[in-house]
Ligand binder design. Sequence first.
Ligand SMILES: [Zn+2]
Length: 227
Amino acid sequence: MLTRNHAKSSIRRSVPVLAVTAMLACSLCYAGSKPTKEKGEFRTNDLVEIVTLDPTIMLDIRYATSNNFTGKALYPEARAFLQREAALALVRVNAKIKKYGYGILVYDAYRPWSVTKKLWQITPQNKKMYVAKPKVGSRHNRGCAIDVSLYDLVTGKPMKMICEYDDMTERAHICYRGGTIDQQKLKYLLIIAMNEEGFMPFSREWWHFDYKGWKRYPVSDMPFSEL
Ligand SMILES: [Zn+2]
């Protein structure tokens, strides 16, 4: 149930995660051609194309177009992959929000590591807290992070959220209190529905979510064409 009390408790539970995530976002330059090798056991990649599980999940893969903050297309194809358990959780979110009249719209999902490196190089110094440092890679590189919004099931059009995707201002912060009441409601509907299925929100970007257990998957650089 997406009750007001649940909303408060879900957000409260996420606070330590949000703080750690925000700290991880700050970093220094990295010129290596590969991410730092991590120690430990990792699960085998099981990346699945989201729309093969649920074709009613809509795609607007911004990094496959010039309609993103870099002004350049960084992906050769507009496709979205996630680790299977995360993809199945997203399907459950999509089913859940249908009763409110919305569907899930995906801006980005699995991102090859080399694209994370390009993003880092392109992003101005004063905005680097919004992008992952290549040395450690992004949770998107693990196939366990996703950038999503909502679309209207009747019109098929994206909902007007509190700000645009990749808006690098405080309007993107979860705690931003501006915008209209309807926009605030949409933001929290998305956050609560995602959180109930195991996706942790990120304090600086209302659209970004990390799936639980993301550390168990390795940083990958496989292109979409090899998945
Ligand atoms: Zn993201």
